[in-house]
Design a protein around this ligand. Structure first.
Ligand SMILES: CC(=O)SCCNC(=O)CCNC(=O)[C@H](O)C(C)(C)COP(=O)(O)OP(=O)(O)OC[C@H]1O[C@@H](n2cnc3c(N)ncnc32)[C@H](O)[C@@H]1OP(=O)(O)O
Ligand SMILES: O=C([O-])CC(=O)C(=O)O
Length: 365
């Protein structure tokens, strides 16, 4: 039997047409298009691209967006049931429960035909933001706000969260956040989802596998970790001690390092720009400045210790952006999932289109 690669490092498990990463040069493409070019599109257009393989023209985008808007509402009974969720912790747990309950309301649940899968996909993409915003309102004793059909995916999310319209820049930042979070080849949650799909289980079940896997602090949960770390560090004077102590005890600095990127994560650079713009608009650059300083200290610590540099990943400046959008850290992973859902759907469809059950071997010792 072949030698075991711990953590499957470098193992190529399947062919995909959905995204491409060059981890040495720091290149990420969705369906052949550089992430830098996609960040200015709408989330609806990028979701269409991921699922159907092409950037939609106006005649394709409009009906797709209309379908998404039509499906934003969630059944009031569902919200009633969700009141029993524990909102003290990461909302990911509530989202996982909500998707499980949504499955019972979905008339197509066990229909695994392509047409039914498209209908379920639209409903899932459309309802993730509604659910997460509703949890926030319920957790804080506020009235749940209905979606506004005139707003984009990102603007509508912030509106449902706050009960007030975001600025144009905030709305743009939220759209970009969803786009940058949408897809990343065979990351752990997508792999988990594809394994579930490969058994010909249904879409809701596969998405729940993705959610459960995204939650971990080495994956999507690191975004919450970054936000909490910024709070723990508090001010620039504390950075060096924090970083040195963590490295000395072999503890991870959240939002740094990546299995595939050996250079700067291209998404982190885009997040850095948008986080800076939002901080500037709000006239409060504290978190952004602190993050820049953490990045610099990390770099110098690595150089001094003759270690390979460890760069910020997608979770670092997204965490900073959320702080400047006044989003609490316990929402971070569930907001990541709002973006990631369209990538998950694309992988679910790709797995179904040319399926073989995913079943590797283990080496008995
Ligand atoms: C959406 C996402 O999932 S992006 C990733 C989000 N996760 C995080 O930000 C958590 C912090 N980062 C990490 O734990 C890791 O970098 C991971 C999980 C992302 C990747 O893990 P792996 O590919 O297994 O990297 P591995 O653990 O082999 O690390 C390689 C070396 O870099 C060090 N290293 C990697 N990341 C970090 C970090 N964040 N802080 C400190 N040291 C780190 C390791 O200690 C190891 O050092 P060594 O060679 O001296 O032993
Ligand atoms: O690809 C990975 O391993 C993790 C990651 O960056 C993502 O899921 O966006």
């Amino acid at each position: 039997m072949d030698q075991v690669k711990k953590g499957l490092e470098g193992v190529v498990a399947l062919d995909t047409q959905i995204s491409f990463i060059d981890g040495v040069q720091g290149i990420l493409r969705y369906r052949g298009i550089e992430i830098e070019k996609l960040a200015d599109l709408s989330y609806d257009a990028v979701s269409y691209l991921l699922i159907y393989g092409k950037i939609p023209d106006a005649g394709e985008l409009k009906p797709f967006s209309m379908e998404l808007i039509k499906e934003r509402d969630v059944h009031p009974h569902l919200l009633d049931m969700l009141k029993f969720c524990d909102f003290e912790h990461e909302f990911l747990d509530a989202l996982r429960t909500a998707i499980s309950v949504c499955a019972h309301f979905d008339e197509d649940l066990n229909d695994i035909s392509e047409q039914a899968n498209v209908r379920k996909a639209i409903r899932l993409i459309a309802r993730f933001p509604t659910l997460v915003a509703a949890f926030y309102r319920m957790a804080n004793g506020l009235e749940v706000i209905s979606p506004d059909p005139s707003l984009s995916h990102g603007a509508n999310f912030l509106y449902m969260l706050r009960g007030a319209l975001p600025t144009a820049l905030e709305a743009q930042a939220m759209e970009k956040d969803f786009i940058l979070s949408a897809e990343h080849e065979l990351n752990p949650s997508t792999f988990a989802l594809r394994i579930t799909a490969s058994t010909l289980s249904d879409m809701h079940s596969a998405v729940i596998s993705g959610l459960c896997t995204l939650k971990g602090s080495l994956h999507g949960g690191a975004r919450e970790g970054v936000m909490d770390m910024l709070d723990d560090i508090g001010s620039a004077d504390n950075i060096a001690a924090y970083v040195q102590e963590h490295l000395e005890h072999k503890q991870r600095i959240m939002g740094f390092g990546h299995r595939v990127y050996k250079t700067y994560d291209p998404r982190a650079r885009i997040y850095r720009d948008i986080a800076m713009q939002v901080a500037t608009e709000k006239g409060k650059s504290h978190w952004f400045d602190l993050a820049r300083e953490i990045e610099s200290v990390m770099y110098h610590e690595m150089v001094e210790n003759k270690h390979k540099p460890i760069y910020p990943n997608v979770d670092f400046y997204s965490g900073v952006l959320y702080k400047d959008l006044d989003i609490p850290s316990y929402m971070a992973t569930s907001i990541f999932a709002i973006g990631r859902i369209s990538g998950w759907i694309a992988h679910f469809m790709e797995q179904y289109a040319d399926n073989r059950v995913i079943r590797p071997r283990a080496h008995f010792v």
